[in-house]
Design a protein around this ligand. Structure first.
Ligand SMILES: NC(=O)c1ccc[n+]([C@@H]2O[C@H](COP(=O)([O-])OP(=O)(O)OC[C@H]3O[C@@H](n4cnc5c(N)ncnc54)[C@H](O)[C@@H]3O)[C@@H](O)[C@H]2O)c1
Length: 337
């Protein structure tokens, strides 16, 4: 089923956010008409500047926890990409709200999609559903044993999506992305991610702060590759009703990542500082993405060196324009602000 083409209509929830806005860019570039549903609690209109210039974008500023909003937003859409959610660190200081948006909000959207007979629904889940796994790399058959309310609520959303497929035939595909990085990644507040935080501190001459001994690993995917993959996944009929991992396929320890960022920013003289482990931190994430490449031939195009180069260039510009942005980094950003 071709979705990224002129004449198709696509809804992206969370489309003003980090990954969502790159997905929107990818879709409008193909000529598709895109509606973003986002309450802008973490999303930014600036992320949609380029997409708005195409004249192919509509924005609904509203909340997915309102069933009426979901019903209106899905009307006449050919596909729904559901990305709106609250993040892992948010779940540590406000678990109930995290569940309300991630699990209950997903249920509302599924119900709206069923009611409207939407031809394709992509539920964007997370590698955090795996929690503390025992065998690596992680395949779609690996045990799901989430450590956090975020991981649990994303898994609840997956199960609701599967149930809608089984009970009502809603054409759902569940995707489990691993860690993304790139331009527009969050550095601020409880959304702040490790790579932009490392980069901005390094640009300011400050050492990276590592929670734990730096041996925890993650599998990092450049965000434009992720956006491209999400479109390929949505268009893959063979994945309807199924689950698929989405990641680069290389395990990088956080200590090694800090050194890579220091090299990419030209701040090799800085020495990382270590603080106590963050609660609920998953020790390892490493994807086996063979199912995805087998299903639709997708392969990541951007290696870590190139991805970091583009990411550093973005934050260098941002930091030059607004050095005070550093103050928006919240050190222990899983605690209530
Ligand atoms: N960033 C990653 O590394 C990563 C990894 C795995 C999975 N994911 C998944 O990808 C998706 C996007 O993540 P992201 O990193 O772009 O996050 P993000 O916070 O940048 O985007 C989420 C968007 O949802 C919006 N939102 C939050 N609550 C809402 C509500 N109640 N109603 C409407 N909009 C609401 C926010 O304003 C934001 O724009 C999420 O579903 C996340 O679980 C992200």
């Amino acid at each position: 089923m071709e979705i990224a083409r002129q004449g198709s209509r696509v809804l992206v929830t969370g489309g003003a956010g980090f990954i969502g806005s790159h997905l929107v860019d990818r879709l409008v570039a193909s000529g598709a008409r895109v509606t973003v549903l986002d309450n802008f609690c973490n999303g930014r209109m600036e992320n949609l500047t380029a997409a708005r210039e195409t004249g192919l974008l509509d924005v609904i500023r509203a909340d997915i926890t309102d069933p009426g909003v979901c019903r209106d937003a899905v009307r006449d859409q050919m596909a729904v990409f559901h990305l709106a959610c609250l993040g892992v660190r948010h779940s540590l200081h406000d678990p109930a709200e995290n569940h309300r948006v991630n699990a209950t909000g997903t249920l509302h959207l599924l119900e709206a999609a069923r009611d409207a007979g939407i031809p394709r629904f992509v539920y964007v889940s997370s590698s955090e559903v795996y929690g503390t796994a025992l065998a690596f790399p992680l395949t779609e058959q690996s045990t799901t044993w989430p450590n956090t309310v975020y991981g649990a609520s994303k898994l609840a959303g997956e199960h609701y999506a599967a149930a809608y497929h089984i009970c009502y035939g809603t054409p759902v595909i569940r995707v489990r992305p691993f860690n993304n990085y790139g331009p527009r990644a969050h550095f601020e507040g409880d959304s702040g991610e490790v790579i932009p935080r490392f980069i901005l501190r390094a640009l300011a001459g400050l050492p990276p702060v590592i929670f734990g001994d730096g041996s925890n690993t993650r599998d990092f995917l450049f965000v434009r590759d992720c956006a491209d993959a999400l479109v390929r996944i949505a268009e893959c009929d063979a994945l309807v009703g199924d689950i698929v991992n989405l990641g680069y396929g290389e395990e990088i320890a956080i200590g090694a990542l800090a050194r890579m960022v220091l090299t990419a920013t030209g701040r090799e003289h800085l020495v990382p500082v270590h603080e106590a482990e963050r609660p609920g931190d998953v020790p390892r994430l490493w994807v086996d993405a063979a199912k995805l490449s087998g299903a639709c031939g997708w392969r990541p195009r951007t290696d870590a060196a190139e991805g970091l180069r583009q990411t550093v260039a973005y934050y260098r510009e941002l930091y030059a324009a607004d050095p005070a942005c550093l103050e928006r980094i919240q050190a222990r950003n899983w605690e209530a602000p």
